[in-house]
Design a protein around this ligand. Structure first.
Ligand SMILES: Nc1ncnc2c1ncn2[C@@H]1O[C@H](COP(=O)(O)OP(=O)(O)OP(=O)(O)O)[C@@H](O)[C@H]1O
Ligand SMILES: [Mg+2]
Length: 233
């Protein structure tokens, strides 16, 4: 099968003209690839978590690239022309926003804050505004507003299910792609791309890895989240 590309955590294979396979690897990375490890089982956990959440979003009327599973670590998805922008929605302040702005760790955003970043590891994913995105031919202002609305819709669905599973959704990152003039949610939805804490503040997401916790702790936590998600979806 023709390999179209490979990123830090997934391989992309051409299935047919309209579809590609996204194969989730066992690699885990942080700091734009500066830190990297292999975590056996992680690819399956993230593929399964993504599949559950994409199916849930589809049921709530959000169009995603998800079509089905080829095997336990490989999603069949619609082939999109990906826009190299990370769309971040924040419910609770943590991570880069508390370093960039006079905002304290744990402050709650109501309504949530949406931010755009250029996917560019060498530049450490710089923040973008509507002018940058128009000039760089990423999103027109109209598209950027549409994507913000989609992120808010995704948040309504994810926040609720994460709460039902017993956790709090701090923030998440989305990537969109184009197909026939539509903007469709692509890539993944996993603990690599969402920050999830329990009600006492215990971290379940990739921040465990960023902060140097043992790999087994990271895997157990990804596995715990998937189990609890399965009970409520
Ligand atoms: N539906 C889709 N159609 C085509 N490509 C997709 C789709 N969903 C995700 N991709 C692409 O799959 C690639 C591999 O994903 P991965 O997360 O490993 O990449 P990455 O490390 O984030 O870095 P980069 O995107 O710079 O290669 C990404 O380029 C992503 O944009
Ligand atoms: Mg990625």
């Amino acid at each position: 099968m023709e390999k179209l590309g490979e990123g830090k955590t997934k391989e992309v294979y051409l299935l047919d003209g309209q579809h590609v396979l996204l194969r989730f690897k066992d690699s885990i990375t942080a700091g734009d690839g500066a830190k990297s490890d292999v975590l056996p089982g992680k690819g399956v956990l993230n593929a399964q978590t993504s599949a559950i959440l994409f199916r849930l979003l589809e049921r709530h009327g959000v169009e995603t690239h998800y079509v089905g599973m080829e095997d336990e670590r490989t999603m069949i998805v619609k082939r999109l022309k990906m826009v190299p922008v990370e769309v971040v929605l924040r419910n609770v302040a943590t991570g880069s926003i508390v370093k960039r702005l006079p905002i304290g760790e744990g402050e709650v955003f109501q309504p949530p804050i949406v931010e755009f970043f250029l996917k560019d590891d060498t530049r450490h994913d710089p923040l973008l505004n509507y002018h940058h995105m128009r000039y760089l031919k990423l999103f027109s202002e109209e598209e950027a507003r549409k994507v913000e609305d989609l992120a808010v819709k995704v948040n309504e669905v994810l926040k609720k299910v994460v709460e039902e599973a017993g956790f709090v959704l701090y923030d998440f990152k989305l990537e969109f792609g184009r197909l026939d003039n539509r903007l469709i949610l692509g890539d993944e939805l996993s603990l690599d791309s969402m920050r999830v804490r329990d009600r006492s503040g215990r971290i379940l997401d990739k921040d465990l890895y960023r902060r140097g916790f043992p790999l087994e702790v990271v895997r157990d936590s990804y596995s715990e989240f998937l189990d609890k998600l399965r009970r409520v979806v």
